[in-house]
Structures are given as C-alpha cells and as structure tokens.
Design a protein around this ligand. Structure first.
Ligand code: NAD
Length: 372
C-alpha cells in the first residue's frame, strides 16, 4: 500500500538516501502494526522508550503483536543526562543478547532524547537497522523526529557524536501529547510557531486566531495545525537534508541566541523551546534594527509567543557570556555568525556580518537585569 493512501499523511520526506511518510493523527496508534507491515514487514521490533513514555510504548506494543510483529522493550531513564554513549552501550548489549538482525526494526517511542538515542543505536548497530519514530513530546513531533539527525551527547558538548540517518516512517499520535506537562507543551509550540514565522504567514495567523482551541488541545484544530507545521519542516529537510544549500539553516531562527542561553544556564533553567522563544525575540529585534522588519511585526510576534505562555525575555543573564557562547557555537564559522532573520512574518532570510553592537542592542531588549 502506498503511504499516501493515509489521509493523515502530513508529508512524504524525500532525501537523496530515502523517502518516508510522516503520519500525524489523533488516536492512530492502533494502526501502527498494520502500517509498518505495509511498509517493511519486520519480524521483530525493538522498542526503545523512557520511563515517562513507556505507557505509550505499551499501546504501540499491543498493535505490533496483534499484527504478528514480535516485540521487546528497552526502558531508559528519562532526561538529557541519559542521552549518552553509556546508555547506547546498554542498548547494544540488549540487542546483541536478543540476537537482533539487520532486517528487524528499532522503534523509538518517546521525546527527542529517546528519538535521538534510538536513532543513533539504529544507525550503528549491525552497521544500520531499519528505524521508526513515534515521537511523544510536542518538541519531538515538531522537530526532533523529522530530518534524520540522530546523536548522543559527550561530556564535551551536546549532540557531539551522531549521524544523518533517516527513519522508515514517523507516526505522531497527537493524543499521546495529552500526558505531557503544560510547560513541555508550551515549549513545543515555540518550534511550531517558528515554522510559521519563517515561511507561512497564513499558518502564523491561525496560531493567533485559534490560540484557545490549540492551548486547550481541541483534537481537530490541534492535529491539523501540528500536521501543517510538521509539513514545513519536512519540506525544508527534503530540499536540504544535510544543511549544505542554505535552506535548512532557516529552521535555526531563534536558535543562535537560544542555544547560547541554554548553554550559559547549563541546560537547566530553560527548556529548549523557551530559550528559542527568547532567541526569536532577539532575532526579531536584530531584523528591526537592520531595517528589515517593521516594529509592528516584532510586537505581533511577541504577542503570539506570549499567548502560548512562552518567555519573550530573560532575567539576570550576562550578555557578554551570551556573545562568547554564540562565537563558540558549532554553526559559527571563523567567528562570523550566519543570522536567520525575518523580512516579514512568514518570510525569513540569512545575514552575515551583523555587528557586535547590533547584537548587544538586541540583547538589551530581551535581557532584563533582574526579575520584576
Ligand atoms: P525529552 O525527550 O527529554 O522529553 C521531555 C520530557 O518529557 C522527558 O521527561 C520525557 O520523559 C517526557 N515525555 C516525553 N513524552 C511524554 C509524554 N507523552 N507524556 C509525558 N511525558 C513525556 O526532551 P524533548 O524536549 O522531547 O527533546 C529534546 C531533545 O531533542 C534534546 O536532546 C535535543 O538535542 C533533541 N533534538 C533533536 C533534534 C533533531 O533534529 N534530532 C531537534 C531538536 C531537538
């Protein structure tokens, strides 16, 4: 069966190395066994999940077993601190003892940590096993599960060892997100809104119009808006899988300052989407001071981020430290940052050679000296 036959297909990602569907629906988990069999027919599936997502992994397991796919579950501890080679080693041992074969499936059921780690395991065990993703956090649905970047952290830095390894499919069951806590959900909306800011004004307007339906998790409205936002990332990744053509970099809107804020606060004070939200305000201010973006649009961006309870400024951070951290970011080349900026809401561009003073002025707008 062709994957396009499912009405909930948000996108078909087409890269040089593969082509795979992303399904986004409400309570579609019961169909996963049948859908997998239509795609790859694995005899055995190895589910990798974490403590907080294991309930959803169990639901997936039932569907797989009903469809005669044997299953095993590996439950890792939850949290970024476990996205390590040590956990990978335990997963390798588990797969080796179960005599996993090259045509069996590794299936990630969890947030971005599980997806990144399970993908790394799938990419490397037996030099590569088929891999599927069932993201269960909004951030993973929106971002981490789409694009084939898999990695684990080293003590020297985040995502330092990894690969580009595309899955065979991604199934996002939006009903799984109901068990997320509110702060995690809001953090995921940040990436979703970012997609609209960089390429789709209509979608941005919908985030503004349907804020109540979306934040109260109305099944139809929420599923639809997530499907459209995911399709944007899938489209960008299809055009520029390995970030070499200057297209995928647009997804970094808000990330230059956002990553620096995460790094100087030890990845503990802000969730990723929260730091990106503050970073998007910084990038909007830079866009405005370079005369590219109107002040009204900066205010509109802030208002929409506010309505999703996302932070638009930070308190008590050292601006010089932020600048130093930006300079040492792995995306910074010879000290010059490629900034992703907005020309207007729904249209982004990149700029190099933005002066330190311009960046400092923008930081003045988003970093308050202390909490009011
Ligand atoms: P996470 O996986 O740690 O999930 C956040 C928390 O939510 C965890 O405690 C998790 O156990 C819990 N959780 C997940 N699903 C749940 C559910 N349905 N109900 C209740 N709790 C649930 O973090 P994340 O925010 O999902 O992802 C962050 C990770 O993703 C980082 O490691 C980051 O590097 C990575 N990432 C990767 C990419 C990529 O392109 N590969 C992109 C963005 C982020």
């Amino acid at each position: 069966m062709n994957s396009a036959m499912y009405s909930d297909t948000a996108a078909q990602v087409n890269t040089e190395t593969s082509s795979y569907p992303i399904w986004v629906g409400w309570e579609i988990y019961e169909e996963i066994g049948e859908r997998i069999n239509n795609l790859i027919r694995p005899e055995v599936a190895y589910l990798i999940t974490d403590q907080n997502s294991q309930k959803h992994a169990r639901s997936i397991q039932v569907s797989l077993e009903k469809n005669e796919i044997k299953t095993h579950i590996f439950i890792m501890e939850s949290g970024e601190i476990y996205k390590t080679l040590d956990t990978v080693g335990h997963a390798y041992e588990w797969l080796a003892k179960l005599k996993a074969e090259r045509n069996h499936l590794v299936l990630a059921v969890g947030g971005g940590v599980v997806g990144d780690l399970a993908g790394f395991v799938a990419a490397t065990f037996l030099r590569g096993m088929p891999f599927g993703q069932v993201p269960t956090s909004l951030l993973a649905v929106m971002d981490a599960s789409v694009g084939g970047k898999v990695a684990v952290d080293l003590p020297y830095g985040k995502n330092m060892v990894g690969a580009f390894y595309q899955p065979k499919f991604v199934m996002s069951d939006v009903s799984f997100l109901k068990t997320l806590d509110q702060r995690q959900l809001n953090s995921g909306w940040s990436e979703a809104i970012k997609h609209s800011l960089i390429v789709d004004r209509n979608l941005f307007d919908e985030f503004q119009t349907y804020v109540d339906d979306i934040t109260s998790f109305d099944p139809d409205v929420t599923t639809n808006i997530i499907r459209r936002s995911v399709a944007i990332k899938a489209d960008v990744v299809s055009k520029d899988e390995k970030e070499t053509l200057g297209i995928r970099i647009l997804l970094n809107y808000g990330h230059t300052i956002g990553h620096a804020i995460e790094a100087i606060t030890g990845y503990s004070k802000y969730l990723h989407g929260e730091a990106v939200s503050i970073g998007m305000m910084g990038a909007a201010h830079i866009s405005h001071s370079l005369g590219i973006l109107s002040g009204d649009e900066v205010d509109l961006q802030r208002a929409v981020l506010d309505s999703y309870k996302l932070p638009t400024c930070a308190f008590g951070l050292n601006k010089k430290q932020i600048i130093e951290s930006i300079k040492s970011d792995k995306k910074t080349v010879s000290g010059d940052v490629t900034w992703v900026l907005l020309e207007k809401i729904g249209k982004s561009l990149t700029r190099r050679g933005v002066s330190r003073n311009t960046v400092m002025d923008a930081l003045d707008m988003i970093i308050e000296s202390k909490a009011s």
